[in-house]
Write a protein that binds this ligand. Structure first.
Ligand SMILES: [Zn+2]
Ligand SMILES: [Zn+2]
Length: 241
């Protein structure tokens, strides 16, 4: 799209109207039939292509745009509860029978808390990222009570079909999530992020990247504490040896 077109308004009631695929569209305010000029029809064709891309991107969004998997928190909880005593007993029995309680705590009990804590942190951070991206992509509330939700990017009215997950703006082709306006209260941070994320696919890509980066961070944390525990264990053994 080269030049931004002004919002097309209803000649009857002056409410802005969404652009449909056909030559006319029903006004969302007074239901009058509004003729769509040629330039807007071309815009609608561009929207149709963006709309197809959005539909193709929806399955990936469904996988990434929800809360982090429940198994992650359950596994984190199980690891925090089970790993420390298990590691303590193993080290006490198998590795160096001569260790005192404080030494076992330093080389086994405390480091064994880290994997569960890191996984918990990962799940919580992924959850926060999802909330941030959802708020950034959420459609803006209606311009007036009872009207259609508006585009988060350009403010044009959106044509949301019932039960739809998302909709592509017929004016600027930005993808908007169909979630409750109350959740979508635009903060400065979410509108900054929203400006960087034009499509649903952009949102999914960001969330996938966040998952990977946070996962690497969690692994690094485990490696750091694991390595430190091994070093301390070696030092303690040489003291006893
Ligand atoms: Zn009207
Ligand atoms: Zn728009």
């Amino acid at each position: 799209m080269s030049a931004r077109l002004e919002l097309l308004t209803c000649p009857g009631c002056a409410a802005p109207v969404p652009l449909g695929a056909g030559p006319t569209v029903a006004c969302p305010s007074c239901a009058a039939s509004v003729a769509i000029p040629e330039a807007y029809v071309r815009l609608a064709e561009a929207t149709l292509r963006a709309d197809q891309a959005r539909r193709a991107a929806e399955p990936v969004w469904r996988a990434l745009g929800g809360p982090p998997p429940a198994w992650a928190r359950n596994l984190a909880m199980a690891l925090v509860v089970l790993l420390p005593p298990l590691a303590s007993v193993l080290v006490a029995l198998l590795v160096t029978p001569a260790l005192g309680a404080a030494e076992i705590c330093a080389v086994a009990t405390l480091p064994a808390v880290v994997p569960g804590a890191a996984l918990w942190l990962w799940a919580a951070s992924v959850g926060a990222s999802v909330e941030g991206v959802r708020a950034a992509l959420a459609a803006a509330p209606p311009a007036r009570a009872g009207g259609p939700a508006t585009c988060r990017h350009c403010g044009a009215p959106l044509q949301l079909s019932a039960g739809a997950l998302s909709v592509t703006c017929s004016y600027c082709q930005a993808d908007n999530l169909a979630i409750k306006a109350a959740r979508a209260e635009a903060t400065q941070a979410s509108s900054r992020l929203g400006a960087a994320l034009h499509s649903l696919a952009d949102g999914s890509a960001r969330l996938r990247m966040r998952r990977v980066m946070l996962g690497l961070g969690a692994l690094a944390l485990c490696g750091l504490f694991g390595g430190a525990a091994v070093l301390v264990l070696k030092a303690v053994r040489s003291l006893h040896g």
